[in-house]
Ligand binder design. Structure first.
Ligand code: ZN
Length: 367
């Protein structure tokens, strides 16, 4: 072995040791905000209000003329922009949007159930577990990517979840990992709450329980999450919205559209806050996805394996590590099980668990 060979061999050995010792990958993003939109369809996201539902009195319990004024236009690109202006003004320019099936660009759940607990389990554990087959499933035995990252000292205690639906506490198994998972009916606790946090704690209890026990309206969830972001600067903030699914099951299309429109306003609000704060500015990425889709025509109110098309979803991403591809108009396929490793990779981690973990979404993080 000559000297050059020996030097090269030593270098390779050193690199191998460094990687083997668990060195993190480069972290394109320092922080992450995740939004989940329970049961919101790709159809409204990419095509705007659906005329077969908007103009059907059966699905409009309130003032349908006002709903039409707010969200209808004969041009689908204008229509989708009226519904979700931040998505189309900003994410479509700076991020990427997968799942417009008009171009053969497909995003699907991998699980065979097409409802909420299995959908979130798949997204956050990176694995479809057939045993997780019920929304009343107890504490999730599978390891999720948030608790995996929470083991890192730089992230420990700096990951927070705010969810409209109480089952999210079981899905992320807060009893096992002790992470903050705030759900329906719960105040944020602490000795040094800001005035905004105190207001959010109070006002959530004034919202009507229109979906029954366990389901908080998204306005209450969002207020708590925003107040927490401003007060505590979490490195991962996961906001889990439920209104779209609840209004969908209720067959109330006007309120379903409003829920998407208000969620879009929340995306804009959070993004604006991030870009004004040196802690987050230019080093925080945002992901948006649902847990499942819904049916079409009269089936739009439902989802599950009895309801065709309710496995069809989408994936939106923006920020450091995300290529600015805009709306992807070429054929492709993403599965929901890929999100967990995508979350890990954006923050410089390789997620491993005692179950298989699907690879990150192709092209993320940007090399
Ligand atoms: Zn759901």
């Amino acid at each position: 072995m000559n000297n050059i060979c020996r030097t090269a061999f030593t270098l390779v050995l050193l690199i191998t040791i460094a990687v083997g010792a668990g060195a993190q990958q480069p972290a394109p993003a320092r922080n992450l905000v995740i939004f989940l939109m329970d049961g919101y369809r790709w159809r409204e996201l990419f095509q705007g209000a659906d005329s077969s539902l908007l103009f059907n009195n059966r699905y409009n319990h309130t003032d349908s003329a006002w709903t039409v004024t707010k969200y209808w236009d004969s041009d689908p690109e204008v229509r989708r922009h009226k519904l979700m202006p931040f998505v189309w003004d900003t994410i479509a320019r700076r991020g990427e949007l997968s799942g417009n099936r008009a171009y053969g660009n497909m995003v699907n759940v991998r699980n065979k159930y097409w409802f909420s607990y299995p959908g979130r389990n798949e997204a956050f554990t990176g694995h479809y577990d057939p045993a997780v087959n019920s929304n009343s499933y107890p504490d999730n035995p599978n390891t999720n990517v948030l608790e995996f990252i929470d083991q890192d000292p730089a992230f420990h205690g700096k990951i927070a979840t705010f969810a409209s639906w109480d089952a999210v506490a079981r899905i992320l198994n807060r009893h096992r990992n002790g992470m903050l998972v705030n759900i329906y009916g719960e105040d944020v606790q602490g000795d040094a709450l800001t005035p905004l946090q105190k207001e959010a704690n109070f006002w959530q209890h004034t919202l009507p329980d229109i979906f029954g026990k366990g389901e908080r309206l998204d306005a209450g969830t969002y207020a708590l999450a925003k107040a927490y972001l401003l007060a505590s600067h979490p490195r991962i903030l996961y906001i889990d919205f439920g209104d779209n699914d609840d209004f969908g099951h209720a067959g109330d299309y006007g309120d379903y559209l409003d829920a998407a429109h208000y969620a879009d306003a929340a995306f804009r609000d959070i993004w604006t806050i991030l870009q004004q704060d040196p802690f987050y500015k230019d080093q925080t990425s945002m992901l948006i996805f649902p847990d499942h889709g819904r049916g079409i025509g009269p089936g739009w109110t439902d989802h599950g394996t009895e309801t065709p098309h309710s496995d069809e979803t989408y994936f939106l991403a923006m920020g450091p590590g995300i290529p600015a591809k805009g709306e992807i108009k070429t054929p492709g396929q993403i599965y929901q099980e890929q999100y967990a490793q995508t979350i890990a990779a954006l923050l410089g981690f390789q997620f491993t668990a005692n179950h298989p973990v699907a690879p990150a979404v192709s092209g993320i993080p940007l090399k």
